[in-house]
Design a protein around this ligand. Structure first.
Ligand code: HAM
Length: 419
């Protein structure tokens, strides 16, 4: 039986990769311009990092992690997100001793055992950016500004930035109690999971996809109405800084984000072109995460962009595939030797050249050059070779010319690089 990929795990094929590389290249350029450095973290971590960091009573930890025991009996998890790992790496390598502020980004695959559908996969990629060590609301706005700048730069349109404040350790408990109190009156409408969540972590009922739970929570009190004065001041400042940067946002008081580590600012960027899985990016502030994972009291803020969703939104009219500059059509044994010499030199000069190794007829080689969308074809025939010449055909305007072999590398470079 033919072996196929696992459900929810995708191959990214050569005809799509140009979009991915473009998005990644642009992210690196922009983020580094904002002072961020790349960090690469492991794909596997101790399960505890995520259960403590993301929260025991979240969908991710309860239902979606790929967890297993390794041969030494350690309980390990394929990372479902990058923030907790980046915080762990920052603490483990004491990056704060070098500079209290760290601006880091990371690009790579994450794993969640969710029900696959369009825009939702079990292995998916994120571009993640985090700032550790700053509590000032100015940085909340700066991070959002960088995100929006990036999304616009890659060509995304019709986006909506939604923000909310989720309060802090001081004010959240009062809200939780209020929410619980409200939901207790509707507990008969809640699914089995939410019945349990009602006591363990009532905020997570907002994430539930069951219709009756949705209805139950529809008129629930909102966290924004319960935040303390410090959180209110912080949120007002964030909004002011966003306005100063001329960023438009809408307040979404129902957005609570699916991970427990958030405090104060939470945000999402949604696209109305995406359908039900419409969040391109999610992020926010997490001032207690470092302590949760056993570290110092360090504030943090960041976001993660879902690459699959981002790539599906890139402008359709943009060309992302790199076609060959040149196709060499060689006929006969001697000309193949010459073709081999020329193609190797071209490759060393960074010119994308292709050759037909099968020595097919000229007609079939031309057909292949056409299919590959080569810009030029260099035709090497025995007779021309004897005269020290080759024929160069411009595939766009079909103009052919004879060029001398002895200076061929320079002639080709000049033409190809000029176009
Ligand atoms: P998140 O909202 O769970 O946040 O994920 C961020 C983005 O990753 C989503 O908006 C979505 O575009 C994409 N995403 C999530 N799950 C899937 C999936 N199963 N398939 C495809 N795409 C998906 C986080 O992960 C936080 N760590 C973000 C963050 C960074 N907060 C602060 N810093």
């Amino acid at each position: 039986m033919e072996i196929k990929a696992i459900r929810g795990f995708n191959d990214i094929l050569p005809n799509e990769i140009g979009k991915w590389q473009f998005a990644e290249r642009t992210a690196r350029e922009i983020f580094e311009g904002f002072g961020f450095s790349e960090i690469r973290i492991p794909i596997l971590e101790r399960t505890e990092l995520f259960s403590r960091g993301i929260g025991e009573a979240t969908d991710i930890v309860e239902k979606e992690m790929y967890t297993f025991t390794d041969r030494s009996g350690n309980t390990l998890t394929l990372r479902p997100e990058a923030t907790a790992s980046m915080a762990r790496a920052y603490l483990e390598h004491q990056l704060h001793t070098f500079d209290p502020v760290a601006k880091l980004y990371c690009i790579g695959p994450m794993f969640r055992y969710e029900r696959p559908q369009k825009g939702r996969y079990r292995q998916f990629y994120q571009i993640d950016a985090e700032v550790f060590g700053v509590e000032n609301p100015m940085v909340d706005a700066e991070v959002i500004l960088m995100l929006i700048h990036f999304l616009k730069k890659v060509g995304l349109e019709r986006l909506e930035l939604q923000i909310n404040s989720l309060g802090c350790r001081a004010c959240r408990p009062r809200y939780r109690e209020e929410l619980k109190h409200f939901l207790l009156t509707k507990s008969f409408q809640l699914c089995e999971d939410c019945q349990r969540r009602l006591h363990a972590n009532p905020l997570r009922i907002f994430d539930c996809k069951v219709e009756t739970c949705h209805e139950a929570i529809a008129n629930a009190p909102q966290v924004i109405d319960f935040i303390c004065s410090e959180c209110q001041i912080h949120f007002d400042q964030v909004k002011k800084y966003l306005e100063r940067a001329e960023l438009t946002y809408i307040l979404n008081p129902r957005m609570v984000r699916g991970l427990d580590y958030y405090t104060r600012t939470a945000f999402e960027v949604v696209s109305y072109q995406l359908g039900s899985q419409n969040a391109v990016t999610g992020g926010g502030r997490y001032d207690n995460l470092f302590q949760e994972i056993g570290g110092l009291d360090i504030p943090g803020i960041g976001f993660a962009i879902g690459m699959e969703r981002l790539v599906s939104l890139l402008p359709k009219d943009r060309e992302f595939i790199q076609y060959p500059h040149l196709f060499i059509a060689a006929l006969g044994e001697e000309t193949m030797k010459e073709a081999y010499r020329i193609i190797n030199q071209l490759h060393l000069e960074g010119i994308r050249a292709e050759l037909d190794y099968e020595e097919k007829s000229l007609k079939s080689q031309m057909r292949r050059a056409d299919k590959l969308k080569a810009q030029y074809v260099l035709i090497l025939g025995e007779d021309e070779l004897k005269r020290g010449k080759a024929v160069l055909r411009n595939m766009e305007n079909k103009v052919q010319e004879e060029i001398p072999i002895n200076n061929i590398l320079n002639t080709l470079k000049e033409k190809i690089l000029r176009d």
